[in-house]
Write a protein that binds this ligand. Structure first.
Ligand SMILES: *Cc1c(COP(=O)(O)O)cnc(C)c1O
Length: 376
């Protein structure tokens, strides 16, 4: 269904800003290259549109979480682009992955063994990335298990190791001591694979000192305009704008309640606007009686609980008649960056973006083709 003009909310995604953010990270970490993390539908923004824009800007390295995501994207990428599955492969998926020319991350000796078997069965070397757990405790081969792998002749002969990688647990907190410890662990581990390019940093890591940039950076949230770390102003271009439509304005007398559970009581006669997006559209219930929308530079607090399809905001601060049904209020935009809304919701920009629902009227601002070449 074409929801243009009738939707409760509108989402604008600036592809040009994504390209500028990619270039900004690339300039910061040069000579390291910057691959684009486009897992979870490019953090909810639309993987096909985002990948096409980055591809046209010259990016040739993409990361997703699952093989299924890679298979959906392979067709929009040229043969010289590398598409990487960060979570690795479930047993039995090797032939599908190899046949689609997708590069798996090997997160365990068993995964490495199965990929070497798949290469033998295919009768050719297969590319792979080896992940080392340098201290995050999530995915990867333990440092102690690396030496046997490095010495394994079948592994060495059948697998073309295109990268050794690890992932930082605290990259968004620049002075966290775990960062230096992980870097040291990673460098020792990677030394077992001389000549193989190294990849450690995510968006946060790109804004750590140059030693963290190694050869390849995997940038996700920074491309989409989220703040790469907590201790500095966000240097990224905003990518997402989200507005919701006012669907009704009601006058509630002092003492009246608003919304499920009547969790808000009006202290004075109030004008309450109901806007057409709710938790089914990725606006968490935790925003109830906490967050705000914006209109004409005025902050309009959310009052009452967030419903599935609507939110109530107090518009009494606006002059009577200044806002009415059909007007749009800002939820993410110049007055309220995605990180600010996420803070109010008690979450992070990543969860806000990936939660944006399918009911918005989506507009993509095209990437300009002028002067946009990016590395990697
Ligand atoms: C998601 C992910 C990234 C991207 O992280 P950002 O903080 O969004 O830049 C990089 N590497 C791995 C292993 C990831 O899982």
């Amino acid at each position: 269904m074409d929801i243009r003009g009738i939707s409760g909310g509108r989402l604008r995604i600036d592809l040009d800003a994504i390209i500028r953010n990619h270039r900004l990270v690339a300039e910061r970490v040069a000579p390291a290259a910057v691959g684009a993390v486009v897992k979870a539908d490019a953090y909810g923004l639309g993987a096909i549109a985002v990948v096409e824009a980055l591809r046209d800007a010259g990016c040739r390295l993409f990361f997703v979480a699952h093989l299924g995501e890679a298979l959906d994207l392979r067709g929009v990428l040229p043969v010289d682009a590398r598409l990487v599955v960060l979570n690795g492969l479930p047993p039995g998926a090797e032939a599908l992955c190899a046949g689609a020319d997708v590069t798996p991350v090997l997160n365990s000796p068993e995964q490495a063994q199965r990929w070497a078997d798949a290469a033998q069965a295919a009768g050719r070397r297969l590319p792979a990335i080896l992940q080392v757990d340098s201290g995050m405790g999530r995915l990867g081969v333990a440092a102690a298990d690396l030496a046997p792998l490095a010495a394994d002749t079948k592994f060495r002969s059948m697998i073309e190791l295109v990268m050794v990688m690890s992932h930082l647990a605290c990259a968004d907190t620049p002075d966290h001591p775990a960062n230096a410890a992980q870097l040291a662990c990673f460098e020792t581990a990677a030394a077992l694979f001389p000549g193989v390019p190294r990849a450690l940093a995510n968006s946060g890591g790109a804004f750590l000192p140059a030693g963290f940039h190694t050869d390849i950076v995997r940038a996700g949230i920074a491309l989409y305009g989220g703040a790469p770390n907590r201790s500095a102003p966000n240097p990224m271009w905003p990518v997402v704008a989200l507005d919701a439509r006012v669907i009704q304005i009601r006058t509630i007398a002092a003492g009246g309640g608003v919304g499920y559970g009547l969790s808000h009581r009006c202290e004075r006669d109030s004008r309450i606007a109901t806007i057409g997006a709710g938790y089914a559209d990725g606006l968490p219930r935790s925003l109830g009686n906490r967050g705000a929308a914006w209109f004409g530079g005025v902050r309009l607090p959310i009052v009452g609980r967030v419903s599935m399809d609507s939110i109530t905001i107090d518009v009494t601060a606006l002059p009577a008649g200044a806002i009415g049904p059909g007007d749009w209020v800002e939820l993410i935009g110049p007055h309220q960056p995605v990180d600010a809304l996420a803070d109010d919701a008690g979450t992070i920009s990543y969860e806000m973006l990936t939660g944006l629902g399918a009911r918005y009227d989506r507009t993509y601002l095209p990437a300009s083709t002028r002067d946009r070449a990016v590395a990697a």
